[in-house]
Design a binder for this molecule. Structure first.
Ligand SMILES: [Zn+2]
Length: 86
């Protein structure tokens, strides 16, 4: 495991949290992984903020999905979502 300057926050990095957040919110992660994320988020303010933003985005997307939206707008939304995941 590379030394990434762990400050004792958790065994996983913020970048990994970002990558796993979609599955985390869907509840499709194994319990051990969820616990690691919970533990990390508990002590990491940036990840809390990221989680809240991500949640807000998902909620907004769900709401939008209930009404027909122009294909172009949908395409742009998906592009935004994709870029935040990368
Ligand atoms: Zn973090």
């Amino acid at each position: 495991m590379p030394d990434c300057g762990s400050r004792g926050v958790s065994e996983i990095e913020c970048r990994q949290i970002a990558e796993l957040l979609g599955d985390y919110l869907e509840g499709s992660l194994p319990g051990a992984t969820r616990e690691l994320i919970d533990f990390h988020i508990d002590g990491c303010a940036p990840c809390v903020a990221f989680l809240n933003t991500y949640r807000g985005t998902v909620d907004a997307t769900r709401k939008l999905a209930e009404v027909p939206i122009p294909a172009e707008l949908k395409k742009r939304l998906l592009a935004v979502l994709k870029s935040t995941r990368e």
